[in-house]
Design a protein around this ligand. Structure first.
Ligand code: DQA
Length: 145
């Protein structure tokens, strides 16, 4: 049976492709999910996508992952820099976690340089554009093999 991985996206990422395209590119979240689903298929992973603008909804999804997912790729958006609660939820999840940022957060405002989620993540990808999601899935495939 194929393992399932969750591809979680936080606030404002529903606007991907429309929001600040110079920073985040022109690909939509639908495009990302389509490409990641195809990549996952080839690697023997079923990719389930989820996006929410609400911290609690993301936490609920991470709790659900405890039963349903082998690994998590997460772009927590701005919650990266603020949410101890998302860190705690990820700490309650046993599988590997890869953190993705589309932009190079280290080249941006200093408040984007700190990530709570990085304290938990096996790997952190920043600045590869939306290709970073695919790199994260490849890495999860290796870690889950
Ligand atoms: C982001 C970077 C965050 O600082 C920002 O708040 C986002 C997107 C990224 O993908 O580059 O919403 O996580």
């Amino acid at each position: 049976m194929m393992k399932t991985i969750y591809l979680l996206n936080g606030p404002n990422l529903n606007l991907l492709g429309k929001r600040q395209p110079k920073i985040y590119g022109r690909e939509t979240l639908e495009d990302v999910l389509r490409d990641c689903t195809a990549l996952g298929q080839g690697l023997g992973l079923a990719v389930e996508g989820f996006q929410s603008n609400h911290e609690g909804a993301i936490i609920d999804k991470i709790h659900e992952a405890r039963e349903k997912a082998a690994g998590i790729v997460i772009n927590p958006g701005a919650f990266t820099h603020t949410s101890v609660a998302i860190l705690d939820a990820l700490n309650a999840f046993d599988g590997p976690v890869i953190e993705v940022h589309i932009s190079n957060v280290h080249k941006r405002e200093s408040f984007r340089h700190h990530s709570y989620v990085s304290l938990r993540a096996e790997g952190v990808i920043a600045g590869l554009g939306t290709e970073g999601y695919q790199a994260a899935i490849r890495r999860l495939a290796t870690l889950l093999a």
